[in-house]
Design a protein around this ligand. Structure first.
Ligand code: TRP
Length: 459
């Protein structure tokens, strides 16, 4: 059975960058910065991306290209069948993350309709009611999951590559326009200060861990998505320069999104600690202030492109479980895509209902010594995103450091990059994979599980 290949190096980069750039950058990053106290969070996120995540990204792509397999099938090919559990963890993480990611993508898509089509700029004030309207949001979620399944069913090398190449620059242009517009508003300087001048007293274990988990999430790491994408990469490509481009593009877009958001948030007097609603509450008013016509155009386009960015991410999330089902259970890609998408949509229903529609899922469970119960979506994110992704990353580097061995990794990276061996970059990667990543990731994971889930605060 043909697995498909990316048509070119640019194709792979576009698809992998499309996977990385998504709701994580534009929806989640700003509100995590807001909750984490501003610039100090930004700084930690940047450090984690380059020191801890970049090596993991290179590793995932290398394992994928070497084995030409999904994460579950990759480890046995390398000769370490026992590690397939790590692949399974990735498949499982993909299912859980996509289940709630799709709900948020439904919000973004719904906002395109409200603002772009209906010109409803007041929607920002009724965000809470909007997400509690499970029928509307659910309908957009169904459309979104359907589009995702459709793209995945046709194979990765088709439309995503081409579309990413055109639409990503348009999205960046709109963000740049909004950044400049934001500087003209009163109060914007306060927002820029909050975003760029670190207040180190805001840093605590929770903030550090959130920055770490967010770095993994934002770069699509820790669940083998890039093992799967790497499996479609040609032996001629340079893994390092591709990974560097993807990291810089992803971090750059997140950084710009933050630069755009905080002047708006401050000029409208919105609480930076507002959580998942931050962009949805802030931006409609901004678009409204551009006037009915321009506002509809720019606002509609913004949410449409945000939905598109989310779509290239949901595609990569669905690709992992689908590639697993295709490779291991020998089911045809087409039916595998639709069935897996259906299952994940069903898994996401409690997340859909947990934003105010149904009390049981909205106040689902209390843990970690918190006073009030958490909603279902946050609960799933705490497990899959906050815990499984860094855990997957830790196990991946441990696998390379102690099982597969760094020499084999170097061997694979050197294909398509003849100057790699003996270079500074090789030393940088080895040091991080053998020392920095295992120690920091393990330490943070242990401390987080203790404090987040068990309520035991050691620091
Ligand atoms: N990185 C994407 C975002 O920022 C989300 C995502 C897509 C993802 N594929 C992934 C996260 C794989 C973790 C693993 O929106």
């Amino acid at each position: 059975m043909s697995r498909g290949n990316f048509s070119s190096k640019i194709g792979f980069i576009a698809a992998a960058a499309g996977s990385a750039v998504g709701l994580g950058n534009i929806w989640k990053f700003p509100f995590e910065v807001g909750k984490g106290g501003g610039a100090a969070f930004v700084l930690m996120y940047l450090i984690f991306c380059f020191i801890l995540c970049f090596p993991v990204m290179v590793t995932e792509i290398a394992i994928g290209r070497k084995t030409q397999k999904n994460p579950y099938g990759a480890y046995p090919i390398l000769g370490f069948g026992k590690w397939r559990g790590l692949g399974l963890l990735g498949v499982f993480s993909g299912v859980l993350i996509l289940s709630f990611y799709n709900v948020v993508a439904g919000w973004a898509f719904g906002y395109f309709y409200e603002i772009g089509i209906k010109g409803n700029f007041g929607i920002g004030n009724s965000f809470g009611d909007y997400v509690a309207d499970w029928k509307t949001v659910g309908a957009f979620g169904i459309i979104f999951m359907g589009l995702t399944a459709f793209i995945v069913s046709r194979g990765v090398s088709g439309g995503i590559e081409k579309a990413s190449k055109i639409l990503m620059p348009v999205l960046i242009s709109i963000i740049l326009f909004l950044i400049i517009y934001s500087w003209t508003l009163p109060g914007s300087t306060e927002g820029i200060k909050f975003y760029l001048i670190p207040d180190f007293s805001k840093i605590n274990l929770e903030v550090i861990h959130t920055a770490l988990a967010h770095a993994f999430f934002s770069l699509s790491l820790g669940m083998g998505a890039l093992i799967t994408y790497g499996s479609y990469v040609s032996k001629k490509d340079n893994i390092l320069s591709s990974a560097a481009f993807i990291t810089v593009a992803d971090v750059g877009i997140a950084f710009l999104a933050g630069l755009m958001m905080f002047p708006f948030v401050f000029s409208q007097g919105i609480d930076t600690n507002g959580g998942a609603g931050l962009i949805f509450m802030t931006l409609p008013g901004v678009f409204g202030s551009l006037g009915p016509l321009v506002g509809r155009l720019i606002g509609g386009l913004f949410f449409l492109l945000l939905s598109f960015a989310a779509l290239t991410s949901t595609v990569s999330l669905l690709e992992v479980p689908v590639a697993y089902v295709v490779d291991e259970l020998k089911i045809k890609r087409k039916s595998a895509s639709w069935w897996v998408a259906l299952v994940i949509f069903l898994v996401g229903i409690p997340s859909l209902l947990g934003n105010g529609a149904v009390r049981f899922f909205s106040s689902f469970i209390t843990y970690g010594g918190k006073e009030s119960p958490t909603d279902f979506m946050t609960f799933i994110a705490d497990i899959a995103l906050e815990s499984f992704l860094p855990l997957g990353g830790l196990l991946t580097v441990l696998f390379v450091a102690f099982v597969w061995k760094k020499e084999n990794l170097s061997e694979e990276i050197a294909i398509g990059n003849p100057n790699y061996k003996g270079s500074f970059l090789e030393k940088f990667l080895h040091f991080n994979i053998l020392v920095t990543c295992p120690i920091i990731l393990a330490l943070l994971l242990i401390l987080t599980v203790l404090s987040k889930f068990l309520g035991i605060h050691l620091v």
